[in-house]
Design a protein around this ligand. Structure first.
Ligand code: HSE
Length: 308
């Protein structure tokens, strides 16, 4: 059957996860973003009809979903035109893969709409065309898990690799109501890091990966030391040290900055602990007079999907 319209949902993602800067990310069970795509007769044209939930450009060349869809449409030989409606539940600049969800959702939807049969890995390059517009660089640590689901390693060359994820992790994401552009958060990073930090970070990533393969979420969490990016970015995030202290005091076993921030993520091993951490962080933010969103979520095996 020839579809004329499709709705897809794409999850938020956690990139870096402390130990894998630009090279590690996972899909979350929520929040996510819905995108509706329709075929049109305007061959080769991508038109964004509406965006709900965020103030983002409708102009195709300035919109992450528009650029990603245009890139894939062209690669498929421009067989039709497209119209997009975007419903953003993930706030732009939140650090949980808002632009990646748009980019991944757009290419996933187009692949399904045209029955093109491309694998998530093959879609990735087109999603990255969109993601690069938002972040100024082609890192796949949000886009790959948004498309593929689960926990994904992104090597400097070649295709992303899925690895088992800690199924016992509960994740609290605290998103303070400030926006940090990935491009800006990348500007605070040093050009060079010390040999010792590079070596130690590789050692921690190794232990994290071993913990994942052993199904030992506590070991994976123990390894979450961020030596390369976190120390330079913590100052961008309001109250980072207090947030960390509160989360760790109330049941979190590890955590850090989500992607390029300002969201932070906090890992617990039970629902009760995650509820407690969420409760305490909410109270703290209220006392500080800072608006925030809090998500109690999990790592999810599923990436972009068709919804009815
Ligand atoms: N790895 C990227 C960064 C993720 O931290 O800059 C941003 O979405």
């Amino acid at each position: 059957m020839h579809r004329t319209e499709i709705s897809v949902w794409t999850p938020a993602t956690l990139a870096n996860i402390n130990v894998g800067f630009d090279g590690l990310g996972c899909a979350l069970s929520g929040p996510g973003e819905r995108l509706v795509m329709r075929r049109t007769d305007a061959v080769g044209c991508v038109n964004i009809r509406l965006i709900e939930g965020a103030d983002l450009p409708l102009e195709t060349s300035l919109n992450v979903a528009g650029v990603a869809a245009q890139s894939l449409l062209k690669a498929l030989g421009n067989p039709c035109g497209l119209e997009l409606d975007i419903f953003k539940e993930i706030k732009p600049g939140s650090g949980i893969g808002s632009s990646a969800a748009s980019a991944a959702g757009a290419v996933f939807a187009l692949n399904a709409l045209l029955n093109a049969g491309l694998s998530p890995q093959a879609l990735l390059t087109h999603a990255l065309d969109g993601e690069a517009l938002a972040s100024g660089s082609r890192h796949a640590d949000n886009v790959a898990p948004a498309l593929m689901g689960g926990l994904v390693l992104c090597p400097p060359r070649g295709l992303p690799v899925s690895i088992p994820f800690p199924v016992d992790w509960h994740v609290v994401v605290l998103h303070p109501d400030v926006a940090i552009r990935t491009e800006d958060a990348r500007k605070v990073l040093p050009e060079n890091v010390s040999f010792k930090d590079a070596v130690d970070q590789a050692r921690w990533l190794g232990v994290f990966t071993a913990g994942c393969y052993q199904g030992d979420g506590a070991l994976a969490a123990l390894a979450l030391e961020d030596l390369l990016a976190g120390p330079h970015r913590a100052g961008l995030i309001p109250h980072f040290e207090s947030i960390r202290n509160i989360a760790m005091r109330h049941g979190a076993i590890a955590g850090g900055i989500s992607g390029s921030g300002p969201s932070t993520f906090w890992v617990t091993l039970t629902t009760d602990d995650s509820a407690q951490v969420a409760h305490e962080l909410k109270a703290f933010m209220r006392n500080e007079g800072m608006a925030c969103d809090i998500h109690q979520t999990r790592i999810s095996a599923r990436g972009s999907r068709i919804i009815e």
